[in-house]
Design a protein around this ligand. Structure first.
Ligand code: 13P
Length: 232
């Protein structure tokens, strides 16, 4: 997308030009290195996820604390991950590794604002039914005093999502379902031959006719399911 400054400029411009009044967090998801997160903070991001879940817990704690020390004076929220959310994201595939309460408490002590504790969800498509740890969600959120973040929100049945929210999940990440809604719209447009009629090849039409609307519909449905509508 160009880089951090490009994204910050675009989002700030959209907020101004479209007179957006709801609070907007500009969030880095899965920031994989301290320097990357630092650059995002200084470019103007307002929320950072440092993901050190692939390192040892001790290294994860040290690096997360560095990010907290940069972010907190600037009023920027920090999310950290413990355990490994399985599945495939950005071409990288891994298995689920449940977070332990001990490690969650260690990372919570760094001063983070929300905790992505891996408790059975996976990025991308599920092979069968998700196996979510609801009891652990209740226990971990109450014992760390932190709101939880559910990664791998695509493909989880609605009743499970509601139970996860009731068990302490306060932020839910959904990517795959939105990407699929987009691709489906592009496919429909091309299959209907719309790109071959007059100026149908214009990318604004290719994207705007179905793909954009499909994404919007998916996002609206998720906001309704999560109980987030009119909550900002
Ligand atoms: P899905 O792609 O499975 O929805 O996961 C998204 C996610 O957790 C991004 O951090």
């Amino acid at each position: 997308m160009g880089g951090w400054n490009t994204v910050v400029g675009m989002v700030n411009g959209l907020m101004k030009d479209l007179s957006i009044t709801v609070p907007v967090a500009l969030h880095v998801d899965h920031g994989g290195a301290v320097d990357i997160c630092k650059d995002a903070i200084y470019a103007g991001f307002t929320s950072i996820m440092y993901d050190g879940s692939h390192d040892s817990i001790d290294k994860n704690v040290i690096n997360t604390k560095i990010i907290v020390d940069y972010a907190t004076p600037l009023n920027i929220s920090v999310e950290a991950e413990v355990g490994i959310v399985g599945g495939t994201e950005d071409g990288v595939t891994g298995g689920v590794n449940y977070a332990s309460l001990k490690e969650c408490k260690m990372i919570a002590a760094t001063g983070i604002d929300f905790l992505a504790a891996s408790l059975g969800s996976v990025h991308g498509d599920y092979a069968g039914e998700p196996n979510l740890g609801y009891d652990e969600m209740v226990e971990y959120s109450s014992k760390t005093g932190l709101p939880l973040v559910l990664h791998g929100g695509s493909g989880i049945p609605d009743d499970m999502i509601k139970k996860a929210i009731a068990s302490g999940q306060a932020k839910i990440n959904v990517n795959t379902e939105v990407q699929k809604a987009f691709s489906k719209g592009i496919r429909q447009y091309i299959e209907e031959g719309k790109d071959q009629i007059t100026t149908g090849y214009d990318p604004r039409k290719v994207i705007g006719t179905y793909a954009y609307k499909n994404m919007k519909k998916t996002i609206t449905e998720k906001l309704t399911l999560f109980g987030s509508t009119n909550k900002a």
